[in-house]
Design a protein around this ligand. Structure first.
Ligand code: CTP
Ligand code: MG
Length: 250
């Protein structure tokens, strides 16, 4: 008797996970920056439209703060077969992502499936860049992230006598990259990596992206060249730049 198992049953699926539970303190717009309007829509609406156009993404899970009452107004019609929402945001980005991974498991994702974690605030993301990341990482042992080699000279800073910023020193920029998102790892690697890092306050404070948690386990994620446009809306002036770029796209 022969046992036939369809190969697609073993093919890893790709899920997107979008942490959207931050308060946006640095952006100074008086509320969470992901809901601030840019080119006619909330920041996160642009982000989710781009992820929704990536055919290989099975579903996108958005992690909201438990008391979020506005997501549905800003992204009407998002929830459905490919758009999932979980109100499980935590005190840090890493906690929001870890809680979102639990939700993906509940919804049937498997440890060998890929998760592409992408900041709600990176609203300039384009489907081709996500495809480029998937192409580069889907056969990799570890996974990887979009990133850019540093172009500017890098300074470390100290606070001067009047509270002003002053150069403390110049940091060698050779071989240094700025990490972006999406960051793509298998669920069965990323979840234990985040849980381990979060279990110790010293490492919990230092993991500002998924890769840093995976690195603690001794892995070397791939660096895939991203794009300058894929910046994270962070400071007050970033909204106008995002608006210019989004409104002049073909
Ligand atoms: N994020 C989250 N849960 C948190 C903190 C952040 O889901 N507890 C999300 C944010 O909504 C954002 C992404 O993680 O989409 C990247 O974080 P960041 O740019 O730092 O956003 P904020 O934390 O909202 O901004 P700030 O640090 O200026 O307060
Ligand atoms: Mg933050």
């Amino acid at each position: 008797m022969s046992l036939t198992i369809a190969s697609h049953e073993f093919k890893a699926r790709c899920y997107a996970l979008v942490p959207c539970a931050g308060v946006g303190e640095r952006a100074g717009v008086g509320g969470p920056k992901q809901y601030h309007p840019v080119a006619g829509q909330a920041v996160v609406a642009h982000t989710l439209a781009a992820l929704g156009a990536v055919a290989r993404i099975e579903a996108t899970l958005v992690v909201l703060s438990p008391d979020d009452a506005v997501f549905g107004q800003h992204v009407p019609g998002f929830e459905g077969a490919k758009g999932w929402v979980a109100r499980v945001g935590g005190a840090s980005r890493a906690e929001s992502v870890a809680n979102g991974l639990n939700e993906l498991l509940v919804r049937g994702a498997q440890p060998h499936d890929w998760v592409l974690v992408h900041d709600a605030a990176r609203c300039l993301i384009q489907p081709d860049w996500v495809d480029r990341l998937i192409d580069a990482c889907e056969d990799d042992e570890v996974g990887g992230l979009l990133a850019l080699p540093l172009a500017d000279t890098l300074k470390s800073a100290a606070v001067g006598d009047q509270g002003e910023a002053r150069v403390q020193g110049t940091v060698d920029r050779a071989g240094k990259w700025a990490a972006q998102t999406p960051q793509m790892f298998r669920l069965g690697l990323l979840r234990p990596a985040l849980l381990l890092a979060l279990s110790d306050p010293a490492t919990a404070a230092a993991i500002t992206d998924e890769a840093s948690a995976v690195e603690i386990l001794g892995h070397q994620p791939r660096l895939i060249p991203g794009a300058y446009d894929n910046f994270k809306v962070t400071w007050p002036g970033d909204f106008a730049l995002a608006e210019r770029l989004l409104s002049t796209r073909p």
